[in-house]
Design a protein around this ligand. Structure first.
Ligand code: F6P
Length: 482
C-alpha cells in the first residue's frame, strides 16, 4: 500500500441539497469523471492507496454541509474535503469563465466564447480558494490528481507550496490548436499554461490534444519540448494520452440483469417490428443534436418506405441550464422535434420519442440493448463514453454504432460507421446503411469494438495514469527526457 490519493475537481461526487424544515438530501453526482474514478477504486484501485480524499464544491453552504457531512462521508469510499464558493463567484467561475469561454473555445466554438475580465479574475480567485482549502490538508508524499478545465491553474498554485509533490492533471475535454488558444488574451494564456505546467504529468484523451498543448506551451511559455516533455522552472513535465474508458464488466453484467431484461422486454414490445434508433446526451450544443435530427429527417424523406417503421428515442439530460446558449439549444431541439413529429408523424406513429430528463441506469442499459442503431454525432467531444457503453452492453453482438469522427472515441472505435457530423447527407446515408446492415457484419464490427473497449477499460486508464506519474517523478532529475 502506498501513499494517499488526493483528488481535486470542480464537483464533489456528492452534492447536498437543503430541504424543507432544515433537512437535507445527499445526492450522488453523475458524469464521466465521477464514474471513472469510482469504478477504478471499486475494482482494485483502492488497494494502491492508503486513503482517498476528494476535494471539490459540495453545492451547498458551510452550514448545510456541517449538518450532512458525517452521513455523506459514512456512505462513501472517500474522505470529502469541501471547497466552499459563494454563489456570485461560482456563477462567474462556472457559468462564466469555465463554461462560456473554456468550454466553447476548447470544443471549437469560438463564436460562442465570451471574454470577460471579471470572469477571468473570479476563475483565478476561485482556483486560489481551492488551493487554500487543500494546501493545509496535503502531505508531501500524497499523489494529487487534478481534474478538468475548471481548475487548470491549480497545479501551479500547489507547486509554489510543494516543490516535490506528485501532481497529475487530467483534462476531460479536447485541448484546441494554438490558432484557437491564441484568441484568449495573452495574460490569460500565460496563467492557464503556467498553471498546467505546475503538474508533473498532464493527461489528455488523445495524442492530438497532447500535441496541441505542447505546441501552445512552446508558443506561449517559450519552452521547447523534446518528444512528449519539456523543462519548466527546472522540472520536467510530461504530456501524454490516456483515453478514458468505462467499467466494461459493469455494463456486461447489467446487460444480463433481471431489471434490465424487464425494461428491455417492455421496449421490445413497444418497438414491435419497427427499427429502433437510440441516443443519450447531456444537453449541449457540442453534441450535434440538431444535425442528428436533420440527418434522421433527411433519411426519412429520402427513404419514405421507412415512415412508420422506425422510431428514434432521443434522451437529453438537462445540463447548465442557466447559460443562454444551452437554453437556446434546448429551444431549437424542442422546435425541431415538434415540427418533424407533426409534419411526418400521425396519431399512431411519431418519428421521435423525446425524453428531456435524467434516465435511470437500468433503463439506459436496456435501451442500449434493444436498439438497432446508436446514433452519436457530436460536433466535438473529448471522448464520448456513451459510444463505449453501448458497445460494452451488446453481449448479443448486434446493433450498429454511428459515431462522429470528431469525438475522441472515434480514434479507438474505428469499426463504427464513422461520419462527419456536419454532413447531413452522410448521416442520413449512414442511418440507412446501419439499419440494413447484415447481422454477420454487425457482429464482426461489434466484436472488434468490444475487443478494443475491453483492451483498455477504466482500470487501464487509471492504472496507466498512476504508473506514468510515478515514472515521471522517478525520472525527474531535471534533465532526463521521459
Ligand atoms: O466532459 C467534461 C465534464 O466536465 C465531465 O467530467 C462531466 O461529467 C460533464 O462535463 C458535465 O459537467 P458539469 O459538471 O458541468 O455538469
Amino acid at each position: 500500500m502506498s501513499n494517499r490519493l488526493f483528488i481535486i475537481s470542480n464537483r464533489l461526487p456528492v452534492s447536498i441539497e437543503e430541504t424543507e424544515n432544515n433537512g437535507y438530501d445527499i445526492k450522488k453526482s453523475s458524469g464521466g469523471l465521477v464514474s471513472a474514478i469510482s469504478s477504478y477504486l471499486k475494482s482494485g484501485g483502492k488497494e494502491a492507496f492508503s486513503e482517498q480524499i476528494w476535494a471539490g464544491f459540495p453545492d451547498c453552504s458551510p452550514e448545510v454541509w456541517q449538518k450532512a457531512h458525517a452521513e455523506a462521508n459514512a456512505q462513501s469510499e472517500y474522505d470529502y474535503l469541501p471547497v466552499f464558493i459563494n454563489k456570485d463567484d461560482y456563477n462567474l467561475y462556472y457559468n462564466g469563465f469555465s463554461n462560456s469561454l473554456l468550454w466553447p473555445l476548447f470544443h471549437y466554438f469560438p463564436s460562442f466564447a465570451e471574454y470577460n475580465d471579471e470572469d477571468f479574475e473570479t476563475y483565478m480567485r476561485v482556483n486560489r480558494s481551492f488551493a487554500d482549502a487543500v494546501i493545509p490538508q496535503i502531505r508531501k508524499d500524497d499523489m494529487v490528481w487534478i481534474h478538468d478545465y475548471h481548475v487548470l491553474p491549480l497545479a501551479g498554485m500547489l507547486r509554489e507550496k510543494f516543490p516535490d509533490l506528485s501532481i497529475g492533471l487530467f483534462l476531460h475535454i479536447p485541448f484546441p490548436s494554438y490558432e484557437l488558444f491564441r484568441t484568449i488574451p495573452k495574460q490569460w494564456q500565460q496563467a492557464l499554461l503556467s498553471g498546467m505546467a505546475g503538474a508533473d504529468l498532464v493527461g489528455f484523451h488523445t495524442m492530438d490534444y497532447a500535441s496541441h498543448f505542447l505546441d501552445c506551451v512552446e508558443q506561449v511559455l517559450k519552452v521547447e519540448h523534446e518528444g512528449q516533455s519539456f523543462l519548466y522552472n527546472g522540472r520536467r513535465v510530461k504530456a501524454d494520452a490516456f483515453p478514458i474508458s468505462i467499467d466494461v464488466d459493469l455494463f456486461h453484467k447489467a446487460a444480463e440483469s433481471p431489471e434490465v431484461r424487464r425494461h428491455k422486454n417492455n421496449y421490445l414490445e413497444l418497438k414491435g417490428d419497427k427499427k429502433l434508433i437510440f441516443s443519450v446526451d447531456r444537453l449541449d450544443y457540442t453534441k450535434g443534436v440538431d444535425n442528428r435530427l436533420k440527418g434522421y429527417h433527411k433519411f426519412l424523406l429520402d427513404n419514405p418506405d421507412y415512415i412508420g417503421k422506425v422510431v428514434f428515442v432521443l434522451v437529453i439530460v438537462p445540463s447548465r441550464d442557466e447559460i443562454t446558449k444551452y437554453a437556446e439549444q434546448k429551444k431549437a431541439i424542442d422546435e425541431y422535434i415538434g415540427n418533424m413529429n407533426s409534419s411526418l408523424g400521425d396519431i399512431a406513429w411519431q418519428p421521435v420519442l423525446y425524453h428531456y430528463n435524467k434516465i435511470p441506469f437500468d433503463e439506459m442499459v436496456a435501451l442500449y440493448g434493444s436498439c438497432d442503431l446508436a446514433l452519436i454525432t457530436p460536433l466535438r467531444d473529448g471522448m464520448n463514453l456513451v459510444a463505449k457503453e453501448f458497445v460494452a452492453t451488446r453481449t448479443d453482438k448486434k446493433g450498429v454504432l454511428i459515431l462522429s469522427e470528431l469525438a475522441g472515441a472515434a480514434r479507438e472505435l474505428t469499426d463504427a460507421l464513422l461520419i462527419n457530423p456536419n454532413d447531413i447527407t452522410e448521416i442520413a446515408e449512414a442511418i440507412k446503411t446501419g439499419l440494413e446492415m447484415p447481422v454477420e457484419a454487425q457482429a464482426r464490427r461489434m466484436e472488434a469494438m468490444q475487443a478494443c473497449v475491453a483492451g483498455y477499460d477504466v482500470n487501464s486508464w487509471a492504472t496507466d495514469l498512476t504508473k506514468s506519474l510515478t515514472a515521471v517523478k522517478k525520472n525527474q532529475s531535471g534533465t532526463e527526457v521521459t
